[in-house]
Structure formats: C-alpha cells, structure tokens
Design a protein around this ligand. Structure first.
Ligand SMILES: *[C@@H]1O[C@H](CO)[C@@H](O)[C@H](O)[C@H]1NC(C)=O
Ligand SMILES: *[C@@H]1O[C@H](CO)[C@@H](O)[C@H](O)[C@H]1NC(C)=O
Ligand SMILES: *[C@@H]1O[C@H](CO)[C@@H](O)[C@H](O)[C@H]1NC(C)=O
Ligand SMILES: *[C@@H]1O[C@H](CO)[C@@H](O)[C@H](O)[C@H]1NC(C)=O
Length: 740
C-alpha cells in the first residue's frame, strides 16, 4: 500500500512541470508545495500565489473534475482554497491555474486525508473471573484509511493478538475496527494490565500520531465460594435462648455476607448484612431455614442452616432441695422458681394446711417463702403451686428443724487426783431433735462411754442432754485428751450430720505421801549445837514443804517453807515438836519430830559441906544442884556393898548429922531429864577422932566391878584415875553412848 500511493504522487509532479515550461514570464507557487495530509474534520487551506504578474487570475479544479467542495478566496496575487472541514470529497489533487497577460501557469497539490481521532477502547465481555473465559475487544474508532491499521492486544507484556486490517476499501468511510481476543483468567492475572495499541501506517507523517494505545488494568474476580456457617451454641434451641451464627465466604473481592431467613413462600427476608447474626430471646416461630449468602460482583454462594426452637418445658424447681435442715432461730428462705412460663402465679401451703408462719414474696418467675426465725411451727412439708395458664405444677420441700447451737460442755472437777474417782459430765445444751443425738466420751483413742438418745419426743422442745462417766484417773492419764463428741443425726440426712466436740487435757495430781523427816545429827541435842531438819515428801506436782512448830496450845506456828530447817545454835527453848507438811493441790501429808535440847552438864554440881573430909561427929551436908535445867529428877545415893542406898534429900540436899566412920564412901547424884541422866559423885572421907587414916572399905572396888551398872564403874574408874583431886566429872556424850 505505501507503494501504491507513491505511484499516484509521481504522476501529478510530472503534470505541473509541463505547464511551467510553456509560460516563462511569471512564476507560480503553492503552499503547501505539493501535498498535504489532513484529518477529516480539520480545516485545510491551499494557497496559490504568483510572482511577476500584476493581476493574475486564479482558478481551482480537481484533477478528475469533481466538485471542489471548498471555498475560494482570491486576494491580489494569491488565491486560497479553504476546505472546512476536510472530508472525503477533498481527497483529490487540486490544480491551481494562474493566468497572466503573458500566459497561464498551473500547479497541483495533492490533498490526502485520514481519520485516527481517538485512543482505542478496551471492552470486556464481562467481569474477569478466574477460570471463566473472557473476551477482550479492542476498538479503534473512526479509522480511515483502515486498510492501513494494525492493532495489538497485550496482557502485560504478552502479545495476545496482532492484526493488520488489509481489506479492500469499497467506499470511502471511517470505520471502527475491532481486535478481539479470548482468554481464561488465572489468579496471577490480578494486577495485570491489558494494552490495546493501534497503529495507522501513513508515510512521512511525523507530525501526526501514528500510534495510540490504551491501558486497562485487569480487575480479576473470584466468585464467592466455600461459604461456611458456624452456629453457637447449637441449631437446636429452646424458647428464650440466644444463638449466634457466623458466616464466612471466600472470593475476590471479599464477598459481602448477607443473612436472610427463608420465608414459607420461598422468598428470602433480609436480616443482616453482617457476618455474625445473633438472635436473642428466640421464639418457636423463629424456627426455620436461615441462609447466609456471600455476594460479590461476580457471583454468590449460599449456605443454609436450619434452626429448631423448641418449646421450653414448664418446670417448677424448689430450693434449697427436697429437704432443708434449719436451725431453730435461723432464717430460711424457700424458693420456688418456674421456667418455661412468662408470668406464672404462685401459692404456698403446708401439707397439713396449718398456717404458713412465714412471708411470701412473688416476683416474676420466682416466689420465696421466708421463715425467720425458724421455729417449731415451721417444721412442715411446704408445697409451692405454680400456675401457668392451664398448666399447674406443685413441688414440695420439707423443713427439718434442729437445734445444736453450742459445743458440748465438759463438766469435771479441775483437780484430778490419782486414784480418786471423778465424775465427768458432758452436756449438750438446747438440742433438738434430741432423739437423734449421739454423745460419746473418749479418753485418748478409747471410747469410755457413748450413748444414742433414741428417746421418743413427746413434744417439740429444746433439751439439754448429758452423758456422765465416773472414772478413776491414774498418773498415766496425764496428757491424754478427754473428748466429748456430740453428733446430731438429722433424719435421713446423713449429709446434714452435725458434729461438735469439746476437749480437755487430763492432768492428774498425786497427793503428798511418804513424808519423812531426817534429823541431823539427832533429835536430842546438847544446848548450842546445830541441827538440820530435812523434810521429804512425794507427790505430783512436787509438794511444797512447810515447817511449823507446835505451840503448847496445839496450834501450829509456821516457821519456814524451806525443805531443810536449820537451827545453827539450839537453845533449851527450841525443844518441842516440829511439824513438816508436804502440800500440793491434791492434799497434805504431815510428819512430826520432837527436838530435845538438853542443858550442858556443867550446871550440875555435887558438893559436900563444909568439906569432903570431915571428922567423926561433924555435920556434913551433901548437896546436888542442877542449875536451871527444868524437869529434873534428882536421885541422891550412897554406894554400898549391899546395894545403893537412896538417900532422902530435900531439894537435892542430904544432911548427915554426927558423921560416923561408916558414912564415908562414894556418894552419887543422878539427875534425870527426859532424855537421859547425868551423874556426879564424890567421896566423903570421915576421919576418926584419933586422927587415923581415912576409912575406905576395900571390898568396894570389887563391888563396883561386879556391878552390872557401867555408869558407876565409869565413875569408879574416874575416881581411881583422879584419886588426888576428887572432883566429879562426867561426859554427857559418854552418858548418851552408854545409855543407847
Ligand atoms: C456488624 O457487627 C459488628 C459487631 O457486632 C458491628 O460493629 C457492625 O456495626 C455490624 N455491621 C453491620 C453492617 O451491621
Ligand atoms: C450433768 O449435767 C446435767 C445437765 O447440766 C445435770 O442435769 C446433771 O445433774 C449433771 N450430773 C452431774 C453428776 O453433775
Ligand atoms: C546442815 O546443813 C548444812 C547445809 O547442808 C550443812 O552445811 C551442815 O553441816 C548441816 N549441819 C548438820 C549438823 O548436819
Ligand atoms: C530458808 O528460808 C529462809 C527464810 O525463811 C531464807 O532466808 C534462807 O535463805 C532459806 N535457805 C535455803 C537454803 O533455802
């Protein structure tokens, strides 16, 4: 085709050269010079002018003598042919003829036209849906000359189709050319572009667009699919329940989810445009098929779910249970509750139609009977009747009374003494029903006594029940625990077993016993010597020691609470009875001891007056004195062959008037106190008138030695040992020893 055009152009050029040769006087010019290209509808002006001609005349014609289809305007040496607008009629070679006096010149201009006014247009046969073939049309509108048109259709960089419209043009007209391609979109096409490119192959036409293109982004769709519904809690419901249904659907663009309900006539009633549909307070009429539909531009996908709402059964519930155990004085609330009825009516009564003795309050689906305080009047079976329309239900509850307000009390002497029987009294106050009371007394792990008070109760009352046990505690019981356990078995309600207990720890005392006094060194003492009186007593807890002295009146005078009573220097007045008491909480144990303090022997004297050596016929007084020792018996004796002769003395004094020789001899004085005796002796010497030697019967020594009495013998020994200085001397200690 470009070749075809070139041939035509060549022919016209030759034509005007011929004309120019015949007229040399003036010249002719045209603008454009030989050719112009214009788009249909534009305005085109062809100008023809002359030089070297004063007043030329112009004429225009087409080479094939068709009408000009243009206006001519002549102006001096120039003529303009105006085509406004340019159309198919103007596609000619226009010849301008200029005539001057000297001649005639002619020049031709080829007018060529085209039409390529708009960018191509992309049209799709429908939405671009993944998997569904779609036809893309690319339209190049109002094209001329369309046999020069070439079109490309690309998806991204992929050329889907190319076409050159090489058809013969039967007539001159603008035509819309269409390039069509069909493809099946895939997911990867999302975001792709479609490109439609149109090219009009006109030669040497740099000034006009040869190529136009249009880009269209591919909008890829996915029809809703995999629509899923979840129902919570369940599609089977009861009146008043709530249900939540959630729907999801996949697609591109993301489908909009719509909930509807299928009506009886099959139509759908739109409920919500939300993925989650919550239906509350469902009624039976709400049963039915619910439809969730995922919808987007390219399609819809639905899922159905059937909800079944069942009638709520009419139920009456009574709480706290079929039985309730209530303590006398407490407050009890019986509740009667109805489900499955909007506004029931309630009534309460006792089974034996006695007064309710309580307060009824009904509100909505609930009615309460408050028994406060609970008393014996309330020990009944209560019946609650609920009425809902024609339906009527009755439920009963039995109120079981009990009283067990305090732990049992253990009554027992605070003082348990080993071996002494004691009574334990375990008492449960204000108990009911006492016919179900079990009392048990344990010592450590052992049950001492238990009792089940299976008594018939003649009347309802609170009573105090007790369990008594007498036992004899022993020291081994100390530390063990006494437990008094009370169990109240409330009829047929083992779960309601009430148990209370009290404990006491046993502490057994032992009364003081085996109280004994140790005297060191001896209970009989010489005045001035020390003595320790130690008292021992056994018991539990360890007895306290109390020392007293018994007064003459018999009363006791407390002197010490030390174990050991120490007298560092005894006096005569310390003699007497000392009492030790071992005392603890369990008793007293006593022991006494007598202390005897004796005067010192130096106080006792045996003297002869005027002398121990007298002459025959003299008067001699032999005198025995005992100082200030009270309660002293004095015995004055004269030692003789035939035995001791007790002399009659007055206040210890014996007078010998007219002393005879036979009066000479050993005189002895024995002073006796409660605990012992002391002896003093002297030898009286009676001298004859003729101043001869003193008489001393020689057999006396024999006598003395033969004597069964040791004391005089000792006296004799002393006598012989101290012949020269006849002075009586006696050791108390020796006397004590010999006496024992
Ligand atoms: C969907 O439900 C959510 C949360 O329940 C709510 O915020 C939203 O407004 C609802 N949208 C429509 C369209 O009902
Ligand atoms: C034990 O206690 C009960 C109730 O206090 C009383 O009736 C009973 O006399 C008591 N028995 C003794 C031995 O104290
Ligand atoms: C009396 O007891 C004290 C202290 O134990 C002791 O020092 C003293 O010798 C005792 N006296 C006698 C006479 O036993
Ligand atoms: C004995 O008791 C007396 C007071 O009565 C006290 O001064 C003395 O220290 C006690 N002696 C001992 C050994 O406890």
């Amino acid at each position: 085709m470009p070749g075809k055009m070139a041939v035509i152009f060549g022919a016209s050029t030759i034509l005007w050269i011929v004309f120019a040769a015949s007229a040399q006087a003036f010249k002719i010019q045209t603008s454009p010079e030989s050719r112009t290209l214009a788009q249909i509808g534009d305005t085109v002006s062809l100008t023809c002018s002359t030089t070297d001609c004063e007043s030329p005349s112009f004429s225009w014609r087409t080479q094939i003598d068709s009408p000009l289809s243009a206006k001519v305007r002549n102006e001096g040496t120039r003529s303009t042919l105006i085509m406004d607008p340019v159309s198919f009629e103007n596609e000619h070679s226009y010849l301008c003829t200029a005539t001057c006096k000297s001649g005639k010149l002619e020049k031709g201009i080829q007018v060529e036209i085209y039409s390529f006014p708009k960018d191509p247009e992309i049209q799709l046969s429908g939405p671009v849906e993944v998997g569904k073939p779609v036809t893309v049309k690319c339209l190049a509108p109002d094209i001329y000359p369309f046999d020069r048109l070439e079109m490309d259709l690309l998806k991204g960089t992929h050329l889907m189709k190319n076409q050159e419209f090489l058809e013969d043009m039967e007539k001159k007209s603008v035509e819309t050319k269409i390039l069509e391609a069909t493809f099946t979109p895939v997911l990867e096409d999302v975001g792709q572009i479609l490109v439609c490119r149109a090219r009009l192959h006109l030669q040497e036409m740099d000034s006009v667009p040869k190529e136009r293109e249009t880009i269209k982004e591919l909008q890829v769709y996915i029809s809703p699919q995999n629509t899923v519904v979840s129902v919570h809690p369940s599609p089977r419901l009861q009146e008043g329940d709530s249900v939540t249904m959630t729907c999801s659907s996949e697609g591109l663009p993301a489908p909009k989810v719509v909930w509807s309900k299928k009506l009886d006539n099959g139509n759908l009633q739109l409920l919500s445009g939300n993925a989650t549909l919550t239906l509350i307070a469902m009624r039976i009429e709400d049963s039915g098929v619910y439809v969730c539909e995922g919808v987007n531009l390219v399609g819809r996908d639905k899922k159905e779910v059937e909800l079944i709402v069942q009638e709520k059964p009419f139920i009456v519930d009574i709480s706290p249970g079929p039985r309730v155990a209530a303590q006398v004085g407490d407050s009890v609330v019986l509740t009667c509750a109805v489900t499955g009825c909007e506004s029931p009516s309630f009534s309460w009564r006792t089974q034996i139609d006695s007064p309710l003795s309580g307060q009824v309050r009904s509100e909505g689906a609930k009615s309460t009977l408050t028994l406060s305080p609970v008393s014996f009047d309330n020990e009944h079976s209560y019946l609650c009747t609920a009425t809902c329309g024609r339906k009527k239900l009755e439920k009963g509850i039995q109120v079981q009374l009990y009283s067990f307000p305090r732990d049992p009390e253990i009554e027992m002497s605070d003082l348990l003494v080993h071996g002494k029987p004691v009574t334990i009294n375990c008492t449960v106050p204000r108990v009911y029903p006492y016919g179900h009371l079990e009392l048990e007394l344990r010592k450590g792990d052992a049950v001492i006594k238990s009792k089940y008070f299976l008594e018939e109760m003649e009347q309802k009352s609170l009573e105090t029940k007790s369990l008594e046990v007498t036992f004899t505690p022993t020291t081994e019981d100390t530390g063990k625990v006494l437990v008094c356990r009370a169990k109240l078995h409330i009829a047929e309600m083992e779960s309601e077993l009430k148990q209370r207990q009290s404990t006491r720890t046993i502490y057994v005392s032992v009364a003081p016993r085996d109280t004994d006094i140790l005297v060191s060194p001896s209970p009989i003492l010489e005045e001035g010597s020390p003595v320790n009186l130690t008292c021992l007593s056994h018991g539990f807890p360890a007895p306290q020691i109390l020392w007293s002295r018994q007064l003459i009146t018999g009363e006791l005078q407390r002197i010490s609470d030390n174990t050991t009573l120490t007298l560092t220097s005894t006096k005569m007045e310390d003699s007497g009875i000392y009492v030790c008491e071992g005392i603890n909480q369990a008793g007293i144990s006593k022991k006494t001891v007598e202390l005897i303090i004796q005067a010192s022997p130096k106080d006792m004297q045996l003297t002869a007056f005027p002398s121990e050596s007298v002459k025959e016929g003299d008067t001699v007084i032999i005198s025995c004195t005992c100082g200030n020792v009270p309660k002293t018996w004095i015995i004055l004796k004269k030692k003789a062959e035939t035995g001791d002769i007790v002399l009659k003395s007055i206040d210890g004094a014996y007078t010998i008037r007219k002393a005879q020789l036979e009066d000479a001899g050993v005189y002895e004085c024995e002073s006796k106190t409660q605990v012992g005796s002391q002896l003093r002796s002297l030898i009286l010497d009676v001298k004859g008138r003729e101043n001869d030697k003193g008489y001393f019967p020689p057999e006396l020594l024999v006598l003395c030695c033969a004597s069964s009495l040791i004391i005089p013998a000792v006296g004799m020994i002393i006598y012989f040992a101290r012949r020269a200085n006849m002075k009586g001397s006696y050791s108390l200690a020796a006397a004590q020893k010999s006496k024992v």
